[in-house]
Design a protein around this ligand. Structure first.
Ligand code: 16G
Length: 240
């Protein structure tokens, strides 16, 4: 029930209530939420308060609005562990999903300073710039731009990029991938992401920058990705 005498704001109580219903499966992905009017009369609260709670749930990706129809429960977010240096293909396989890639562009560039630094090369070294949409069971999850020195991996082809890059590096080229660092920050989508991730203007994304190194310390890749924040959460196990 909603407690009007509680110091906890009413909109927050309703928000938490709906979240619990989603987490416990009382409301399933694809289910339509009761209307603002229904919530307002059920809890004897104002429609404004209901709207505030629902807008918060929309912004956090729990539900989404469909114009002229109603508000629906979103697909469950993917919980991505942060411990292992895994590939997108491996991550999806591990949860029984099929990874596919849509190649947006694939070219060889003269690297800008940020790329030469990350890959520890000079500006005369040609670099692949690869942009792929990464899809899970056909749904776009992330837009990923990868920079790799052409001298390090000379034979990347469009065909190859339909498959796993890590698999090619390790199993076809026999190079051992060692470690990586990753920075994650929040943002909202730009025009390119709106188009390729199939989301609305203003949608949240998680920007990830990964630097990956081979076992011998050679920088393998610099990857800048935008993950849909409505589909993805990152989790880490901590010990004390
Ligand atoms: C992940 C990695 C990316 C790597 C890719 C290889 C993040 C943020 N990025 O998407 O750095 O290049 O996997 O995937 O996790 P693939 O082997 O399936 O091509």
């Amino acid at each position: 029930m909603i407690d009007k005498n509680s110091p906890i704001p009413i909109y927050y109580q309703l928000e938490e209530k709906i979240k619990t219903q989603i987490d416990q499966g009382e409301l399933q992905p694809g289910d339509m939420l009761p209307s603002e009017r229904e919530y307002a009369s059920q809890y004897a609260i104002s429609r404004m308060t209901v709207r505030q709670a629902i807008t918060k749930l929309v912004n956090d990706g729990y539900v989404y609005r469909k114009k002229g129809t109603g508000t629906f429960v979103s697909a469950k977010k993917i919980d991505q562990p942060l411990q292992g240096l895994t590939s997108f293909t491996e991550d999806m396989k591990a949860r029984g999903m099929v990874a596919t890639n849509r190649l947006i562009h694939f070219k060889v560039i003269s690297p800008p300073l940020s790329v030469t630094k990350a890959l520890n090369i000079d500006s005369s070294t040609p670099v692949y710039e690869i942009q792929r949409v990464r899809l899970a069971d056909g749904l776009p999850m992330a837009l990923e731009t990868t920079y790799i020195s052409k001298h390090l991996i000379p034979n990347i082809t469009e065909k190859l990029l339909e498959q796993s890059l890590y698999d090619y590096v390790e199993n076809s080229l026999g190079k051992e991938i060692g470690e990586g660092t990753q920075i994650i920050e929040s943002s909202t989508v730009n025009q390119n992401e709106i188009t390729h991730l199939n989301v609305k203007k203003g949608s949240p994304v998680l920007l990830i920058e990964r630097h990956t190194y081979l076992k011998d310390g050679t920088p393998l890749e610099l990857v800048k990705s935008s993950y849909r924040a409505d589909r993805y959460r990152f989790m880490i196990n901590m010990q004390r």
